[in-house]
Structure formats: C-alpha cells, structure tokens
Design a protein around this ligand. Structure first.
Ligand code: PGA
Length: 257
C-alpha cells in the first residue's frame, strides 16, 4: 500500500442549507485539523458555496476544497450544468466523480470516463467512486466492480495517473448504521482486488502508489479498524462530514493510523 498518504474526504452532498452554515462547518473543520501530521483533508461543498469556502481556505496545505461533480462539456446549450472551468474558477483543486447518487440519476460510465479524463488532464485531484449495488454469492459483484473501474478509466493513460484516487463505496453500505458498513477484513480483500485491476492495466508500481479510500457509513466507531486493517489510504465521509466534531475526530483517527 502507498505509504504516508492519508486522505479524509468530506462529501457534503446537497448540504447545508445556506452559506452561513457552510462557513461555520468549514471554520470548525479547519480549526480542528490544525495539528494533523500526515493527512490531507478534502472538503467538497455544494458548487454554489465553493467560491466563498475557497476564499476562506487560502494558504491551507492540509485542507483542500473541491467539487462533487461537473459537466463534461466546456460550454454550450446545457441548461443547468456547470463546466469544470466554471467550478474550478472558484479555486477548487479536487473533484469527486461517479458517485452512486449521480449514477442513480442516470450518469453513464462513458460520461464518467470523459470527466475523469478531463479532471486528470487539468491536474485536479480526482476521486473516482466505484461500488456494487448489492452482493451475490457467486461473486458477480466483483465483475461489476471491475467493469466500473476499467470503464471509468478507459481514457486514462499511465501519464495521467498521479492525481487519481479510487474510492470504493459499496452502495449497500452508504447511508446505513456504522455496524452495517463494510468490515475491515472485507475492505482489505477489496483493496487487493482493486490494486490487481490497476496493476493489470497500468503496472505494479502504479497500483502500489494508487490511493484507495473506503466510503459508506464511516463514523467514529469503524474508522480505526478500516484504517488499520482495511488496506486503505483514507476514508470518504458523507453524513458525518457535516458534524465538524465527528469529522475532525475521524480525521485524527486517520492521521494516527
Ligand atoms: P455516508 O455517505 O457516509 O453518509 O454513508 C457516504 C457517501 O455517499 O459518500
């Protein structure tokens, strides 16, 4: 596993309800993670708050701000969409792509592949989310996952890999109780599986240096075991990233592990 890279991502989704609350969460996180030694924290607010949060985040090295998605075209007749350039004009340096909640709304592997390519080409830290909907005893879910990874990376050659991060988020484990999240042992198996796919496509060195995150009902009670035994480089946190105290504690656990 990649040594010394630890990442904690806070995916705020469509929260909080206004900018005042967004700034409050951001400020509390910034203050709380001051003493982290090895980790980098990514905060992903809704696009409408990006600029204001980025303005508060000048000169921060351990805290990066980014978007939850963008639209793959650069301009044109695409009502309601925001391009990569528009979103990142706010100063963001990270983007999350292929989240299951976007896939559920109809986002395809092809669209995700194009966005992953554009994001990496523009040197953004690019988190590609993958994960099966359900598990079956015959291991079909492994093929499903493999296809998602291969398809999501279909436009990415080796020279673009340095900013890629893969977040494994089994859909069945998102939005549940911590006890229903993936276990550390299961995560370990999946981390090996994901690295093997990357190794077969790009080579062993690339697989070894790829940061892999776990996401899906991460909380204070499961963060430590997943970090210690799950073979991952960090965690992707949904709901609990809106509670600064909890999110900071999770970040500290990641930093120590
Ligand atoms: P959760 O969300 O931590 O609330 O389960 C994770 C995610 O959807 O990224």
């Amino acid at each position: 596993m990649v040594k010394n890279i630890k990442i904690v991502v806070g995916n705020w989704k469509m929260n909080p309800v206004d900018l005042v609350a967004a700034k409050e969460i951001y400020r509390a996180v910034k203050k709380g993670i001051r003493d982290l030694k090895k980790s980098v924290v990514f905060v992903l607010p809704p696009a409408i708050f990006l600029k204001d949060i980025c303005l508060l985040n000048k000169n921060e090295k351990r805290l990066l701000i980014g978007a939850q998605d963008f639209f793959a075209e650069s301009e044109g007749a695409f009502t309601g969409q925001l391009s990569l350039k528009m979103e990142m004009s706010s100063g963001g340096t990270v983007v999350l792509l292929g989240h299951s909640e976007k896939r559920k709304l109809g986002e395809t592997d092809e669209q995700i592949a194009q966005k992953v390519f554009l994001a990496l080409k523009n040197k953004l830290k690019t988190i590609l989310c993958v994960g099966e909907m359900t598990r079956d005893e015959h291991g079909e879910y492994l093929n499903f996952l493999k296809n998602q990874i291969i398809n999501g990376l279909m436009k990415v050659n080796r020279s673009l890999l340095s900013d890629l991060i893969i977040a494994y988020e089994p859909v069945w484990a998102i939005g549940q109780k911590e006890t229903q999240a993936l276990s550390a042992t299961e995560m370990h198996e999946m981390a090996i599986f994901i690295r093997k796919i990357i190794s077969d496509k790009y080579g062993r060195a690339q697989a070894d240096s790829l940061p892999i995150l776990y996401g899906g009902s991460v909380g204070i009670n499961n963060a430590e075991s997943i970090m210690k035994e799950g073979g991952v480089n960090g965690l992707l946190v949904g709901r609990e990233s809106l509670h600064p105290e909890t999110f900071v504690t999770i970040s500290q656990i990641v930093d120590r592990s």
